[in-house]
Design a binder for this molecule. Sequence first.
Ligand code: ZN
Ligand code: FE
Ligand code: FE
Ligand code: ZN
Length: 273
Amino acid sequence: MFGDYHVHCYLSRHGIGEIEEYVESAIFKGLKRIGFSEHIPIPGLDDPTGRMPIEDFDTYINDVEKARQRYKGDIEVLFGLEADFLPAFQDSIQRFIQQYSFDYVIGSVHFIGDWDFSNPAYKDEFVKRGVDQVFTAYYQLVAQAAESGCYDVIGHLDLLTRYGYKPSYDLNPTLTLLLDKIATSGCALDVNSSGMRRRRGVIYPHPAILAKARCRDIPVVLGSDAHRPEDVAAGFNRAMQLLVDAGYSQSCYFRQRSINYEPLMARIAPKAR
Ligand code: ZN
Ligand code: FE
Ligand code: FE
Ligand code: ZN
């Protein structure tokens, strides 16, 4: 059996539900593990709806630890983090990561310069900045994130495709180079099913990228990017099928920043209650 390793909660300030509600949802869906990956607080880049404030970080640690103890025997609870890759803040991000004993850290590119492209409110910037330039800049940032050595997992690679923009040039050489760099870095890929809910049937990264990743033996981690308890493991049957189609037979997770593998064949079978 498998787990869900990309999960947020009310502490994100744009999600709902307590840690324990997510754990119970995971148990109900028959998961063996759940990993929390709350957005990193970044002093100097506070965002009242985008990330938890630093003052809440102890609550996050304590709530995950309490859930770990309380549900021992039913499910394993892992303590993770989704940290942005932001060159201008990278020193403090790295220091923050080293300060705590995370099971794993997901590195996500949400920003190009000071533009949060992941926020639909600012999607007009794609055209203002030029779609081709935006794509080039994005994949460069992802490569830098992988090579930074700060992260175990690359978050939702491909997220910038969410608005349907496409570059005018052939992306294949860029993607080949990027995946070579990710393979060398040792990072795994977050296989993120949030697009199944927000954009019908879409997974990040695109299956064509997963096939390239498989050829390079890049490990994959399943994540729903749930921001509501009922979204734990949502879309995973489809995500697992796409991974099998790409040639994968196992996915992975991290405990104390070491990689472990689990078989992919299982399907979600909610417990009767
Ligand atoms: Zn979030
Ligand atoms: Fe993200
Ligand atoms: Fe997330
Ligand atoms: Zn995410």
